[in-house]
Write a protein that binds this ligand. Structure first.
Ligand SMILES: *Cc1c(COP(=O)(O)O)cnc(C)c1O
Length: 973
């Protein structure tokens, strides 16, 4: 790094200058001043400002510079984060309702959650370099499938509430005959009921919330229904035997969904064994911190025959080029479920990092350890229940797993307050009822404090001997539902018991993966930039990590300040009036934004406006979200230069003038270009009464240089896991805030348990927790505080510079498909391989896999245009790394030329045979190119990354679907 210290008149730098001499922005932006200078020279521009002036259309430049607090140093931001965390009061959370205290084993916390080799990885679309996290995810699927008692589970959903909503749409899809209502257990988690309702309303599905404790209620008997959702155990703690309702559901033409607590399932019979078709829930209490509501991995398991209807990603086993088992995403590589309007759901980013954490908790504890934790949790609840009864209280249910509902007429608030004074958070159900849930962290002291908070009733005893109570109190689990089916029998759940073994297992798996700790990941549209340690550290602070989402508002003051600041800054940088950070992925932000548009039209009496226009190049989630919002998708054509065809847009607007709801347009476009026509596009749509949804996933090309809310957008979602430094986590977590103009602000997501009363009713929740994935918001908050307005503005320019530099250097080797007015791209560029492929037979897949031999993660393949590679270097890479990539791409072009010249046959070229594993350095060599060319194309490198498997056969894996851990013998040589 070059440090230029200004010299004031006195000669020596001032203390202010010295304080500012090592700004974070120079750590975040990988390019040094001299890198920037030489790159600008290559492009023929004088300065970053000059480059941006040429690239960004005049019509969308912002009216003023960003107004954000000044940049702070890393240590200042760290201190401020600790101060905010200190203003939250986690106490001992016994509130329950799907969120439970848990102990993240430190070996997992430090070596997964806090380890960049896990958290900086991308979604495993390139399976050869993702075997570690794919194994961890198949462990997750196996764990879920076993506990649920169903054969196929996916590799995570966004949270329990959305998993239940996805299950509702699944049963509707899988079961086209059943047009009737979806029946929801009145004892389901309240936020689950609300998330299901929000979704159902837009899709026109009728939801009936009913008391299922006596079986199917009389008014529903004989009615055709599409399905039921049963909570197991219920929110009240009651454990309903679900068999009667499941049988009735099947008899009435529906499918049965059970929302189950994973820890309880170690003691209670698997819902699958009781007849459930779909099981959903959260894996949070398997070692994932509460995080004030998220991120946590939701899960879904399905019965045989339903796997092709399942939303989310599914990891499967296939074979590689050497015939050995290898993992990869099953059923069509890329987002099999996001098939535009035929999508099974809009989920793209899921919760991979948290699913891995939960699966490792099960790997570490094994079935016996989990059962011990569950038994202990249950016994504490049983002893508390016995104590409360001795004190004279009545319980809502005599059988339970961990949750009690206690009648305390007129005294509930006083009891909760007294517990709070002792450091416990209990659940205030209503004025006469208190709820509480025990957990892995419950101790004798907890029991004493709980009983003391309740105190004796008039009839109750005043002295209790806990040990005596423990001895005489029997279990309170329903005998007829005792777990009989085995679970976690696979070897992986039995072999990593010591911390040494666990540490090595984690390191072995992450060592197989290519993440940002190994090199650049130039994935277009994904913005794989630096996730700075200073940004990451605060998420582990107990004040942020251990807070329950439903604690009283005054116990979350630090979070509220952080959220208010972040929402305010996001409104400022996007030019919108209001922001909600509730959506926990970009896809959910899209849905929230479209629901706001829908509600706005309805409020204006425009009930017929349901057409959503969409350019042909839109991201798959866009169309899927529109369908979920109850809209009809109409595609708008593109011109040959990739821009939206404004004539076609005009024609579509004319044709749909009366029913136009919105257009969804990505800016800069998914083609990586600043389209000049965007302001015109917004005008046309507005003139027909439509709203403009600007997909803001590409904000990394705009920050500080244009504001969607200013150039014509009514609503945008942003991806904090792209532009704002939340790590991709191997496929999640993410945050997809939705930002809206003032006219849409009344229709932002709400939540019945929101700490702010004015945000409790309205459109309903889009995710299970009021602030969605609150626990990772400190990352983006810290990023903005570290960079300040000038830093963010410069980062955008550096990202655009890097993309244009790569485009310029590679252009003579691979055509750059689309460019803007001045021959410039935005923050990414599309390399067109179609001509080259046609002439040589070498595919984009070959190039992507060959890049692995050169030590790179492939760019985005075949999106948005089939047969192309989309490169997004981001601002965080240094010039040497960019050059290494450029050299690799040029060398690969040379290899393709050899195939074209007939020197190598395609089949026997290092391209078709890529990637090369370490096995290819030994044994016979009978190929048309040398071993050195195969394995060390960029020269001998002691630090070379070796893919653990050769090219994976996708078709084989889909023909032979295996989505649980294969037996160890399968890997024997
Ligand atoms: C990444 C992306 C999305 C979806 O975001 P998720 O967080 O993965 O749901 C939507 N649109 C565009 C243009 C994107 O690049």
């Amino acid at each position: 790094m070059e440090i230029a210290l200004p010299k004031p008149d006195g000669g020596q730098p001032t203390l202010h200058d010295l304080d500012a001499a090592l700004p974070f922005v120079d750590r975040h932006i990988g390019l040094s001043p001299s890198d920037i200078e030489s790159m600008l020279a290559t492009l023929g521009h004088e300065s970053l400002e000059g480059l941006m002036d040429a690239a960004v259309p005049v019509g969308i430049r912002p009216a003023a510079d960003l107004s954000l607090p000044p940049a702070m140093t890393e240590s200042q931001v760290g201190a401020l984060a600790r101060e905010l965390a200190g203003q939250n009061f986690p106490g001992e959370p016994l509130i329950g309702l799907g969120y439970h205290a848990t102990i993240t084993p430190p070996v997992i916390r430090r070596n997964v959650l806090e380890d960049p080799s896990w958290y900086t990885a991308y979604t495993p679309y390139q399976p050869e370099i993702s075997q570690g996290r794919l194994e961890a995810l198949i462990n997750f699927q196996t764990m879920i499938g076993d506990l649920a008692g169903l054969p196929v589970a996916n590799s995570s959903l966004l949270d329990e509430g959305t998993a239940a909503a996805e299950a509702m749409t699944l049963v509707r899809r899988a079961n086209r005959k059943a047009e009737g209502p979806f029946v929801v257990d009145a004892d389901a988690l309240p936020q689950t009921i609300d998330v299901v309702r929000t979704r159902a309303e837009a899709m026109g599905i009728e939801v009936v919330v009913a008391d299922l404790s006596q079986g199917m209620p009389a008014e529903l008997v004989g009615v055709t229904i599409c399905g039921t959702l049963i909570q197991y155990p219920g929110a009240s703690g009651r454990v309903l035997d679900p068999r009667a309702v499941i049988e009735a559901t099947h008899a009435q033409g529906g499918l049965a969904v059970v929302a189950a607590d994973l820890l309880a399932l170690t003691l209670l019979e698997a819902p699958g064994a009781l007849g459930a078709d779909v099981v959903v829930g959260s894996s949070q209490r398997f070692g994932v911190p509460l995080f004030y509501g998220g991120p946590h991995a939701g899960y879904m398991a399905v019965a045989k025959g339903l796997e092709r209807h399942m939303p989310g990603r599914l990891v499967g086993v296939s074979i590689d080029s050497e015939g050995r088992p290898a993992y990869r995403l099953a059923l069509g590589t890329r987002e099999q479920h996001i098939r535009r309007e035929k999508a099974t759901s809009n989920i793209c980013t899921a919760q991979v990092l948290l699913a891995i954490t939960a699966s490792m908790y099960a790997v570490y504890h094994g079935p016996a350890g989990l059962t011990a934790i569950a038994t202990r949790t249950h016994r504490y609840a049983a002893v508390i229940a016995a104590g409360l009864k001795a004190l004279g209280y009545t319980l809502g249910s005599e059988s339970f797993f961990d949750t009690l509902t206690v009648a305390a007429p007129g005294r509930a608030a006083a009891i909760v307050a007294s517990a709070r004074a002792a450091g416990l958070h209990l659940r205030l159900v209503d004025a006469d009822t208190v709820g509480l849930s025990t957990s892995e962290t419950t101790t004798h002291e907890t029991v004493e404090k709980v009983l003391a908070s309740f105190g004796p009733t008039v009839e109750g005893t005043t002295s209790l001997d806990l040990d005596e109570l423990d001895r005489i109190t029997p279990d309170a689990l329903p005998a007829e539902l005792g777990r009989a089916t085995a679970f976690l029998t696979h070897e992986v759940f039995h072999t990593h018991r010591s911390e040494t073994q666990m540490l090595r297992y984690l390191a072995r798996l992450s060592g197989r993966d290519y993440a940002l700790d190994k090199g650049m990941i130039p994935l277009g549209s994904c913005t794989m930039k630096l996730n700075a340690t200073t940004e990451m550290e605060p998420i582990s602070l107990p004040g942020f990590a251990d807070l329950h989402p439903f604690v009283p508002a005054e116990d979350a003051a630090g979070y509220h300040q952080l959220v208010a600041e972040l929402e305010g800054w996001l409104a400022e940088v996007t030019g919108y009036a209001a922001v909600s950070i509730q959506p926990n992925a970009g896809s959910q932000g899209e849905l929230a934004g479209l629901l706001a548009i829908r509600a706005y039209h309805l409020a204006n009496g425009d009930t017929h406006r349901d057409v959503c226009l969409m350019p042909a190049s839109a991201h798959g989630t866009n169309a899927a979200s529109a369908v979920m919002a109850g809209m009809r998708v109409v595609v708008v054509k593109s011109n040959d230069d990739g821009t939206v065809d404004l004539d076609d847009l005009q024609a579509q607007c004319d044709a749909h003038s009366n029913d136009l709801a919105a257009i969804m347009v990505t800016y800069p476009s998914t083609h990586g270009v600043y389209e000049e026509g965007i302001t015109q596009l917004c005008k046309i749509v507005h003139s027909h009464g439509g709203q403009v949804y600007v997909d803001g996933a590409n904000l990394n090309a705009l920050l500080g240089h244009a504001r969607p809310g200013e150039f014509g957008g009514d609503v945008s979602h942003l991806n904090l896991h792209k532009t704002f430094c939340i790590p991709h986590g191997g496929g999640g977590p993410g945050v997809g805030p939705v930002a809206v103009g003032a006219h849409l602000a009344p229709y932002l997501p709400t939540h019945a348990q929101h700490p702010l009363p004015e945000k409790r009713s309205g459109i309903g929740p889009i995710s299970a927790a009021p602030y969605g994935s609150a626990g990772i918001l400190p990352i983006s908050w810290a990023y903005v505080r570290l960079m300040g307005a000038a830093g963010l503005t410069k980062a955008t320019a550096a990202a655009v510079l890097s993309a244009n530099y790569v485009a310029a250097r590679l252009e003579e080797h691979y055509p750059v498909l689309y460019k803007g007015e001045n021959g410039l791209v935005a923050h990414e560029c599309i390399l067109d391989l179609r001509g080259i492929s046609k002439e040589s037979g070498v595919t984009v897949d070959d190039v992507a896999k060959r890049l692995i031999d050169y030590g790179f993660h492939a760019p985005t393949m075949s999106f948005p245009v089939a047969g192309t590679l989309m490169v997004e270097p981001t601002e965080s890479e240094d010039l040497a790394e960019l050059e290494r990539f450029i050299d690799a791409m040029i060398a690969i072009r040379g290899e393709i030329a050899k195939v074209q010249a007939g020197e190598w046959s395609h089949d026997d070229s290092p391209l078709a045979r890529a990637p090369h594993t370490s096995r290819s350095i030994v044994g016979e060599w009978d190929r048309g190119y040398s071993r050195e060319t195969g394995v060390f194309p960029a020269g001998i490198d002691p630090d070379k990354y070796w893919p653990p498997v050769g090219r994976i056969d996708n078709a084989y894996g889909d023909r032979n679907l295996v989505c649980a851990c294969p037996p160890p013998e399968a890997f024997a040589d």
